[in-house]
Each structure stands twice: as structure tokens, then as C-alpha cells.
Ligand binder design. Sequence first.
Ligand code: HEM
Length: 405
Amino acid sequence: MTTTDLPDLSDIDLTDASVWEQAAPHHWLDRLRTESPVHWHEESDGPGFWTITRHEHVRRVSTSPLEFSNWVGGPTRLEPESMDQVRMIIIGMDPPEHRAFRNIVAKAFTPKMIGQLEESLRAETARVVGALRDRNSCDFVTDVAALIPMWSISELMGVPESDRFRLYELSHALIDDQDPEVAPTAETSMNASVEIFGYANEMAARERANPTGSLTSMLLEAEVDGQKLTDMEYTLFFMFLIVAGNETTRTASSHGLHTLLQHPDAWARLADDPSLMPGAVEEILRWEPPIHHFRRTATADTTIGDQAIAEGDKVLMWYAGSNRDPAVFDDPHTFRIDRSPNPQQSFGIGEHFCLGANLARLSLRLLFTELLGTIENVELEAPPRRLHSNLINGIKEMQIRYDVR
Ligand code: HEM
């Protein structure tokens, strides 16, 4: 579709998951960024929202957590019925409460702590990717991309091996509930959350009996204002970490391979020069942000750029738009693994900046290094099957064939 196919900006519907299922609608996002960077977007199931697509505006909103709240309306477009529970999760909190809860786990995600995981993560990545040698085709999503983040977050949380795959399936059903194939009914994701709740309680009992120093025991031992977390606060924190750890890195891994297959020159350069890997990972994240958008709600009358925003208005930050802002990125629609600087916003920015960013970056570097050394002549057997969602930029299945090096 060209921009001339769109007579009116009001025809743009960013709430339509079937649009995102095809690919991020860059022709729309570009038009909005240029013609209406802070754009009022109607919605059939709510009061409407502001949509922002400029890098500077995403920075402005994300770095002003008291003006643009996660607590008031949650981080997603529609307020869930369980808003009280969302407010007990760090992504649904504002400062100063947010900081206190974030600090409980922040020390587990520092570069030093993640560095300590590097050797075992490298070994696990080599094991998963090494299994590709036994055949010449696979579903990259379930056979590779899903397994490594599932391993990392389970190691951190102390989840035993026998339970990991089930927890991964549950987190998928919970967060990817816009897709009828993943969550055919509302009960599917409800049942998933009930099962994760039950599991979190079993983990608590085990960790209390035998503390392992895992993230789970950190949650159980933590105090905020001299008080231990309530059972509900602990359970929701546990669930959020499992979901956050599994979903996004799997998505970035799948999109990373897909993008490199579409840019064989980049694959060849990376194979020749491993020093390009950190930059390639940043560019993969810029190119296909694993999360399409997050939401904030204005706590008072304010402005974004020249646009007046009223107290209570919702604002949706579209990372796929801000990551291709020509004011910040030269030639933004070109995939360049040596792009520098690359201030991509796929991990968010400011108060809620992704806690798992160090882990995700390491994981992606190890994965692509291992893949380049293990397989070649990689081709898609069919177009990737993408998730029906305007929140998560997921890939459900990506069948590939390849030669073993
Ligand atoms: C490529 C992988 C990942 C991407 C793209 C990603 C993206 C994001 C984004 C966009 C946010 C919200 C930022 C904001 O609102 O400004 C976030 C928050 C968060 N992420 Fe990630 N994430 C990834 C991997 C991970 C992993 C592996 C973990 C590990 C558990 C994790 C844990 C979290 C947590 C705990 C938060 C909430 C932080 C807060 O509210 O203070 N993420 N992530």
C-alpha cells in the first residue's frame, strides 16, 4: 500500500491486530510521524487515545513517570478487569513505589550478575543450536528461539527442568491472548494464570523449605517499607518475570533470524567479522521491536510537543515508529548492522527501562554467534506465521531448512 491509498489519517487503525499480524504498518507510522506526530486516535472499545511515533516524544513520555502514569490505567491500551492486580506488578506502578519493588530484583540483572551466567548460557545455547546438526530443517521458534530464554529465566528463578516447558506454554497463553489460535477463549488465558498462580505457590513452599538464592527466594525474602511482599504481590511478580523473560527474547530471536535471512549480505558480514555482533543485535531490536507499544495515562493537563494533553488521556508509544524516526536514524528503513549510534527504544526508556536488557542482549549475541558457526544456506520453508496481536510482535512458527557447516 502506498501513502496515496490513505485519503485520511482517521482511516488509520492501529488497534487492528490483523494489520500488525501482516507486518508493522510503517506506511502508516511514517505518515503519522510526519503529519500528526501526536495524533488523536479513535477506538471502538474506549474513549480514544493519543498515538506517538517520534523518538523524542517516546523519550518525553517515558522519562516523566509522574506526569505519564503506569498506575492509573496500566501499560496496555485497554484496562484489564483485574486492574488492582496490575497495580501490584512493577510495570503497573509509579514512583516511588515502583522504585522500591524494582530494587528487589534489579541486582539480579546487573551486567556483573548476568556476566556470571554467560558461560552456562553459552553452553546451553551451544546445546540447543548443536541439536540442529542432527537434521536439515526445523521450526526455529519452538526448536530454538523458545528454548533459550526459557532456560535463562528458569535458571534465574530456580524453576526445575521438568517444569520449564509447561511454564513457557502458560506464559505464551497468558500474554498472547489476542491470538485465537494461542488462546481460543478467554478461559484459556484465565486458566493459564490460575495454573501459574498455583505453580508460584509451589515454588514458594519449596524455596521457603530450601532457599536457593534464586530470584524466587529474593522475592520471598524482600521487604518494602519493612513489610514482606503479600502472597499476591509475590505471585504476580513471579508470573510477570516468567512472562517477561520468555516472550520477548523468543520474539527477538525469531525476528533476528528472519531479518538476517532477508539481508544475506548482513549474514555474510557477520559470519566474517564477529566484532559486528553487538551492533547487529541493536539493529535487529530496532528493526523489529518485540513489543509494538506500551501505554501511559496523563495524570494532569500537560503537553507533548505542541499538543495539549488532558488529565486522564491515554498515550500509546509505538516503538516501531520511534525506532524509524529519520530525525534520529539516518536512512531509517535500511537495515544496517554497523549503525552507530543506535539509540533504539525497543527496551523502553526511563523509569521502566527493561530490567532484562543485559540478559536479552547477551542471549541474542550468543545465539547468533552459535547459529553462524553451525548452519549455512538457511532458507525459509514457508513465510513465518506471525502472532495476531497489536501488542506483541510475535512469530508463532518459522520453518527453515539449512545445511550443517
Ligand atoms: C529482547 C528482549 C526484551 C525486550 C525487547 C523487552 C522490552 C521491554 C519493554 C519495552 C519494557 C517496558 C519499558 C518501558 O515501559 O519503558 C520492559 C520492561 C521489563 N522487562 Fe523486558 N524486554 C526484553 C527481555 C526481558 C527479559 C529477558 C526479562 C527478564 C526477566 C525482562 C524483564 C523486564 C521487566 C522486569 C520489566 C519491567 C521493568 C519496570 O517496570 O521497571 N525483559 N521490557
